[in-house]
Design a protein around this ligand. Structure first.
Ligand SMILES: Cc1cc2nc3c(=O)[nH]c(=O)nc-3n(C[C@H](O)[C@H](O)[C@H](O)COP(=O)(O)OP(=O)(O)OC[C@H]3O[C@@H](n4cnc5c(N)ncnc54)[C@H](O)[C@@H]3O)c2cc1C
Length: 473
């Protein structure tokens, strides 16, 4: 199949200046940041060693109509648009394009409706994940998607990346919680996909196409999301292991036994030490690896579920297992896992990767990550959502180490190759974005990339929306 994607727009200073004038004339009440210092904070997301551009301007719309007008004007002036949520991404998806217009969705942050009868919430995309959880929690309801960054990432960004997190093993990724969307297309038209129906097969599954498209196909301005009745407080245990391999085998054992835990997270030796240094939890610092295992069943059923998980850990050679005494202690342990990246960042610059494998192959991936880092003398700390087969190798460098960007490339490419050889993926939840474009074709092949380009070209023939993200322009 031929490649049909249009090249990205050429951003000229004159076009940029004309766009800013047009925006000011058409939307005089819109908050538009043009000061260089303000724009600078929209250059990067959280991806280390990323070279990103400085946006020409940053627009902060409050309505769908404003987003539509902004995109229409940008298309008229052939200026690229970067949709942005809270900027916590780890692939450069929301990073600036030199001379482009960044549309930050943070002011569109209202919950529009909580529909208890149908167990759905309708929300604007700029709300933080934690704020949405809190709003529905106040009604005794539960929104499941739970990235470790839930306090600093937006629902729009979660939709843009199809974010994962700490409870995918039971509740799935963000896409599994999305029923409907309102989307501004690349020419400014506004469409609605899906709705409140749990079952709906009318035409192509556009809702699922937009989720995970990293702002390259449309800008999501409203989402209808699935809820659950709030489950009981979690019961939590930790298991420590003398080797990475034993921890990997415990993960495989828990999954093979069909034990339906809500959280199955892994931290390796380096991560345990960093988290313990930061939070003083009294973790077993001698251990090579630790699993955090949680149940959200009722107390008696949770005890039985964790008993089964302990048996699987013991069978894999766990050196010890302990249970949280109460929900407060459980919250502490979960929060410490969420803060693993921040704990590692106290030791230097950290570049996080995001590989995944079929879940039974986690032990092999763990060993391959360590071997690749050792080959190049790079310090690696690995943690992640082991229950999903999704691990985050984190390369840690001194702040002024000039070798860091190149070594990061070398080691991660070897890890990508290892993940693919195990039937895995180069990114399980963070996205291809800007930082993993070269790896996409290695994973999916040229024909699949061509199909993706055809979809991009059909929806965005001028290449206005986030060009150069997912694949080169
Ligand atoms: C400490 C830490 C822990 C993390 N843990 C996890 C984790 O457990 N699981 C996980 O999946 N990720 C995790 N992340 C990565 C990040 O938080 C997620 O990718 C998150 O979904 C990004 O949300 P955001 O609002 O910050 O989006 P941004 O970074 O602003 O944008 C992300 C992408 O979504 C697009 N986008 C944003 N808003 C819209 C919109 N309204 N319409 C269309 N496209 C849009 C952007 O163009 C970009 O491509 C972590 C990051 C950090 C820093």
């Amino acid at each position: 199949m031929a490649t049909t994607s249009a090249p990205g727009p050429v951003v000229s200073a004159a076009a940029g200046a004309a766009l800013v004038d047009a925006i000011r004339a058409t939307l005089p009440d819109l908050r538009l940041l043009t000061d260089a210092t303000d724009r600078e904070s929209y250059r990067n997301d959280e991806t280390a060693y990323l070279r990103a551009g400085l946006p020409l301007a940053v627009a902060l719309p409050e309505t769908t109509a404003e987003v539509s007008t902004l995109v229409r004007l940008a298309a008229e002036h052939r200026v690229p648009v970067v949709p942005r949520g809270a900027g916590s991404g780890l692939s450069g998806g929301a990073a600036g394009i030199e001379g482009g217009l960044t549309i930050a969705m943070t002011r569109m942050n209202r919950v529009l409706e909580i529909d208890r009868a149908n167990l759905v919430v309708v929300t604007q995309p700029g709300i933080l994940n934690a704020e949405l959880k809190q709003a529905v929690g106040a009604e005794g309801l539960f929104y499941a998607p739970d990235p470790a960054s839930y306090e600093i990432c937006s629902i729009g960004g979660n939709l843009g990346t199809n974010a994962g997190g700490l409870c995918c093993v039971k509740y799935g990724q963000t896409r599994d919680s999305v029923l409907g969307l309102e989307v501004v297309l690349a020419d400014g038209r506004v469409i609605r996909t899906g709705g409140r129906n749990v079952k709906d097969v009318a035409g192509y599954a556009l809702t699922h196409l937009f989720v995970g498209s990293q702002g390259t196909l449309g800008i999501i301005t409203e989402a209808t999301l699935r809820l659950h009745v709030a489950p009981p407080p979690r019961s939590t245990m930790l298991a420590f292991f003398p080797t990475l391999d034993a921890a990997g085998r415990a993960v495989a054992g828990i999954l093979a036994a069909g034990i339906g835990v809500v959280t199955l997270e892994l931290m390796d030796h380096e991560t345990i030490a960093a988290v313990d240094d930061a939070h003083r939890l009294g973790l077993d610092r001698e251990a090579a690896a630790m699993l955090l295992v949680e149940s959200d069943l009722s107390p008696a059923a949770a005890t039985a579920e964790l008993d089964a998980a302990v048996a699987a850990c013991d069978a894999a050679g766990a050196s010890s297992t302990i249970r949280a005494e109460d929900p407060t202690e459980a919250d502490w342990l979960r929060q410490a896992r969420r803060l693993a990246l921040r704990a590692l960042e106290r030791q230097g610059v950290v570049r996080m990767e995001d590989v995944g494998v079929p879940r039974g192959r986690v032990p092999e991936l763990l060993l391959a990550i360590q071997a690749a880092a050792d080959r190049h003398g790079v310090r690696v700390a690995t943690f992640g959502h082991a229950g999903d087969g999704n691990l985050h190798p984190n390369f840690i460098f001194d702040r002024d180490d000039p070798r860091a960007p190149e070594l990061t490339e070398t080691v991660r490419n070897e890890i990508f190759a290892a993940a693919l050889a195990l039937g895995g993926t180069v990114t399980a939840e963070h996205g291809i974005g800007l930082s993993r474009r070269e790896a996409l074709v290695d994973q999916v092949g040229a024909d699949v990339v061509d199909v993706m380009r055809s979809i991009k070209s059909a929806l965005d023939p001028l290449g206005i929306l986030n060009p150069g993200r997912v694949f080169r322009g």
